[in-house]
Design a binder for this molecule. Structure first.
Ligand SMILES: [Cu+2]
Length: 235
């Protein structure tokens, strides 16, 4: 099903398939309805065009036979909307509702115009001496759930990870959350998806998804003093 949406960036997220299938449903429902509506419109334009000896007539739309042209499409659209809701709710719950236990929590603050990324360090707590800040760079291990704490330092930004199928607005004065689990190592883009000022289009970070050993090496490089017995670091 997902292969229909070939122009999408590669999905490297555990819940990306669910998001894509809902998107595909909306896409096909919209496309089919678009063709039916414009097709009918085109056929009627030809069928009922101005002709010699045929007068235009006025209809009120009140008799049920005429009103059916509005009521039936309304009922069909309502049913299609409910179908999308029914299919979308579990995907939404997976992405935004149920956060799996994460061994790694990263705080990202949107700023004009960069992502301020803070790691809590081996103690797992923010605001302590072993925190580390990396602007526009997120490093995570593959195949591990990662928790995100999202904030904004100035205006509304939107943290967007297209390959993860994750997008979340960052609102000043408000903490929002998210999570993801990447399935494939690589470097992926992290653009800002909310017009936040003159430098918005240049605002872009990198998500580095590392194989486990490579991630372990990166962690050791950042926190050389940390003991290997620390249970909070992804194994
Ligand atoms: Cu922006």
């Amino acid at each position: 099903m997902v292969n229909w949406m070939r122009w999408f960036p590669e999905n490297v997220s555990t819940y990306g398939g669910d998001v894509d299938s809902v998107f595909a449903l909306i896409y096909w429902v919209g496309l089919v309805w678009f063709v039916i509506t414009l097709g009918t419109f085109g056929v009627f334009l030809v069928l009922y065009r101005r002709r010699q000896g045929r007068r235009a007539f006025y209809i009120t739309g009140e008799p049920l036979r005429q009103a059916a042209w509005i009521l039936i499409p309304c009922a069909v659209i309502l049913a299609l909307d409910l179908w999308i809701d029914w299919r979308g709710a579990p995907a939404w719950a997976k992405v935004k509702g149920q956060f799996p236990p994460a061994e790694l929590t990263i705080q990202v603050t949107g700023r004009q115009f960069f992502w301020e990324v803070v790691y809590p360090g081996p103690d797992g707590k923010f605001g302590t001496g072993d925190d580390r800040q990396f602007n526009n760079e997120i490093h995570v291990p593959v195949g591990r759930p990662v928790r995100l704490v999202l904030k904004s330092g100035d205006v509304v930004h939107s943290f967007f990870a297209p390959n993860l199928r994750f997008k979340q607005d960052m609102v000043p004065g408000r903490l929002t959350g998210g999570w993801f689990e990447a399935t494939k190592p690589g470097r992926y883009e992290l653009p800002c998806a909310e017009l936040c000022g003159i430098g918005h289009s240049m605002m872009n970070g990198s998500l580095y998804v590392h194989p486990p050993e490579e991630y372990e090496a990166w962690v050791k490089q950042q926190w050389p003093a940390a003991t290997t017995a620390d249970s909070r670091r992804p194994r």
